[in-house]
Design a protein around this ligand. Sequence first.
Ligand code: AMP
Length: 298
Amino acid sequence: MEVAGSFEAARKSYRGVIGCVPTMGFLHEGHLSLIEAAHRDSDTVVVTLFVNPLQFSSAEDLDSYPRDLARDSELAQESGADVLFAPPLDEVFPTEPHTTVTVRPLADPLEGVHRPGHFAGVATVVTKLLAGLRPDRAYFGRKDAQQLAVVKRLVSDLSFPTEVIGCSTIRESDGLALSSRNIHLGTEDRQRALGLSQGLRAAQTAILTGERDAATLCQIARSEAEERGLALQYAELVDAEEVKRIKTLDRTGFLAVAALVGESRLIDNLCVSFGPDGQIEPDFGRVLDHRSVLYERR
Ligand code: AMP
């Protein structure tokens, strides 16, 4: 595996079909599943490690974001990465950008309400990465379903020749969605955090037994979380492409939840699509049967 610090050096290692996995590092099985998917479909897999300052609202959150290049190199290589693109800040932002990318109105609800400017930061850096790395495919997690919608839309609006592929959420063995932020959770907060995934599991059960009313499904997620002492910041059922609230679960969408747990803001969602015969298919994601590399490889 090559480690590249510049766009040009990364592109020099290319052959055949290029699959790209953008990350902010401190890799876990969620990221590794994207790298594995890219490895299955591509000749060259380029994994990016870049903690994007534009998408953080506080300097404190940015500074406390975990970073470990040696660890991430090993994990990326084991999962099939060919190139690790780990640029210094001035390779991506040589100057303060005058050109930024906003994707609205998709970016306004849900996370947009709680993290103003966050998606403009994401969209701007993703645009830079796609322009600089020019991959054929780019892999993103459905764990960040609103982000996935934003990225799909910017790729289409700006005519990037990159196919965006969404991959299922990977969860710790008790159901908590993997996030690099989980390592900051103390024992009690870790228990309360389970309210997010338990709420979604309960909503999934209701969906599979025929419930389609959005208000009822959101209430199920909220009550389940509250039973664990967790007050959700939001629970909303939205259309997957437009991120618009829907009243009835009659199209591809996701039930999104978020909560502040201790110092960490955690998000999760249940994606729901429809099969060829119209059968409903909730995707809770894959639950690990072992302890995550988040804790085992530090
Ligand atoms: P991040 O490093 O948090 O910016 O995430 C990089 C990519 O990994 C994004 O496309 C995320 O959606 C994806 N990702 C993060 N956590 C998970 C997870 N638990 N399961 C699947 N994909 C994930």
